[in-house]
Design a protein around this ligand. Structure first.
Ligand code: ADE
Length: 324
């Protein structure tokens, strides 16, 4: 009954390398809501040279999206295609194909069964033993627990937890290193935009989105994207690999607080002046000093003084080796 929107839709040329036949997608439940669309679970038969069916995530745009929103969505698709032409990386949500003809525009990406990293981290709070599932060698923990003394395994468990959290951090740095090497600036790197697949691999999502001024709007979890932004982005809308590095520092803080709310006591209108005074968040209790030092390097006021993602991969690798 609504006004037909056909005719006010951007023209999208067919790209045979990526076009996937709509009738080979079986759409299932909604996984999440985006800014102007939804993401649904689907099975795709014969996608990316696989013989059987594959679980995938399908992003589509709302029926009543404006022409501008549709153009944004097409831009996202083009970014995903251009990165896919260069290659895949295990730590990004890889693009698998799209349906652009005879119906709503759909973008098909890898499905990440365990949802977003922030919600996932929060589950570790009530079930500290969740960490053990990540550890190949849970025996190291079991053998350190004295059945007479329930506290005796705590030190081992904390060390295992730190190792797991460091490995999360390194995976995100690796995905960001790949994106940065391919001239892709994320602009909204946060734990809510990192997904976890069934094999516990972390994957950076939504790197193809153009973003314009939605940073002051709260996310569904009540987070304000400005709290992930460096001063030069807050003040000058200047986005570079190094502004993503600042956000990565906030992601490290989220990881080591198991999904904490950054700057929870600071109203967003005070954030800029506090940062300019040199205020930075404290060390989360779970974070080793060396990791807190890395966080603070990401939060250097001067973008050029912050490490790039290649260096962050090396730094985190070194910290992981030292834990082992
Ligand atoms: N929500 C949004 N994108 C998703 C994906 N690729 N996998 C699982 N849940 C999602």
């Amino acid at each position: 009954p609504s006004v037909a929107s056909s005719g006010s839709r951007p023209f999208i040329p067919v790209d045979d390398a990526f076009e996937f036949p709509r009738n080979r997608l079986a759409i299932q439940e909604v996984l999440g809501q985006g800014a102007f669309g939804v993401v649904r679970l689907a099975t795709a038969s014969g996608i990316c040279n696989s013989r059987g069916t594959t679980l995938v995530a399908v992003k589509s745009i709302r029926e009543d999206a404006t022409y501008e929103e549709q153009c944004e969505f097409v831009k996202e698709l083009e970014v995903m295609k251009s990165i896919k032409r260069i290659g895949s990386h295990i730590n990004i949500v890889n693009f698998l194909g799209c349906c652009t003809q005879n119906g709503p525009l759909c973008v098909i990406v890898e499905y990440c069964k365990k949802g977003n990293l922030r919600d996932y981290l929060v589950t570790f709070r009530s079930y500290p033993d969740n960490f053990l599932r990540w550890w190949d060698d849970a025996e190291a923990y079991m053998s350190s627990v004295d059945p007479e003394d329930p506290e005796s395994g705590t030190a081992t468990r904390d060390m295992l937890s730190q190792t797991v959290l460091l490995s999360f951090s390194r995976q995100i740095a690796q995905g960001m290193e790949f994106l940065a090497a391919n001239k892709c600036i994320h602009r909204d790197l946060a734990a809510r935009n990192v997904l976890v697949n069934e094999n516990n691999v972390l994957k950076i999502a939504d790197f193809g989105l153009a973003r314009n001024g939605e940073y002051y709007r709260k996310t569904s979890a009540g987070q304000l994207p400005v709290k992930w932004m460096p001063p030069e982005a807050l003040f000058d809308q200047k986005y570079t690999e190094k502004s993503d590095v600042w956000s990565f520092g906030v992601v490290l803080w989220e990881i080591f607080t198991l999904g904490g709310m950054p700057y929870s006591t600071i109203p967003h209108e005070d954030l800029y002046s506090k940062l300019m005074e040199g205020y930075r968040m404290e060390r989360p209790p779970l974070a080793p000093e060396s990791l807190y030092d890395t966080m603070k390097r990401c939060w250097n006021h001067f973008p050029d003084e912050r490490p790039d993602f290649s260096l962050l991969v090396l730094i985190l690798e070194r910290q992981l080796v030292r834990m082992a």
